[in-house]
Design a protein. Structure first.
Length: 220
């Protein structure tokens, strides 16, 4: 009889051990999924800001330091309210020039138009109407996702630097050539979006006749 009770006790202990082991395995898997989701969320923000010109280091060069997603980055990989973007605006017209210019490059390199206003609208909310995080790759923003993918997979931040230099040189050369005709040379952060549009078009089309003087006369 005692042996029977002993077997019962051992069976219960074994069952409890198995149950505890299975529970711990389940908990570890859940934690691993949570960490992976947190990591992917962080990297989603990093990719977005890289694409929009707010972070210069390619996402693949960031390193996870711990399971608490401590990241070596220079621009926080979290949602940034659109008001902060407006605060950073480097143009007297209230636009962030890095973002505006990269969208011009995107259009003239791909033929796909993604407006600055659409990007600002996307950045205006942290959450979707259903309460989920507003991430560019959640299926609700294919136009943002296509742009970010193009920038990140092509590692195009160096290309953006070259593009900036090209249109800056075009503007400087135009200003020098037309200063005797009354064209007022301004700093880049004083230029209107319309002038940047014209410079981008001229960079893409050598046959396009650049006429910044007329735009300036129209207060553009």
């Amino acid at each position: 009889m005692k042996r029977k009770y002993l077997f019962i006790v051992l069976g219960v202990i074994l069952a409890l051990g198995v149950a505890w082991t299975l529970y711990r395995i389940h908990e570890q898997r859940v934690e691993a999924v949570r960490e992976e989701e947190a990591h992917e969320q962080v990297m989603t923000y990093i990719r977005l800001y890289y694409a929009l010109g707010r972070e210069g280091i390619h996402p693949d060069r960031f390193y996870i330091w711990s399971s608490s997603t401590i990241i070596n980055w220079t621009f926080s990989a979290v949602y940034r309210p659109v008001e902060e973007w407006a605060h950073w605006a480097s143009s007297s017209y209230g636009i962030d020039l890095d973002t505006y210019v990269v969208l011009l490059m995107y259009y003239h390199r791909t033929g796909i138009y993604l407006s600055y206003d659409v990007v600002l609208d996307y950045l205006s909310e942290e959450f979707e109407p259903d309460g989920m995080l507003r991430l560019y790759n959640n299926g609700n923003h294919p136009e943002i996702e296509a742009f970010v993918t193009w920038m990140v997979e092509g590692e195009r931040r160096d290309e953006l630097g070259d593009y900036w230099r090209e249109i800056s040189d075009m503007y400087r050369n135009y200003a020098f050539a037309h200063e005797d005709g009354g064209f007022e040379r301004l700093s880049l952060n004083q230029l209107s979006p319309q002038i940047f549009d014209a410079l981008a078009r001229a960079e893409a089309d050598p046959d396009y006749e650049l006429d910044l003087t007329s735009l300036q006369e129209q207060d553009y």
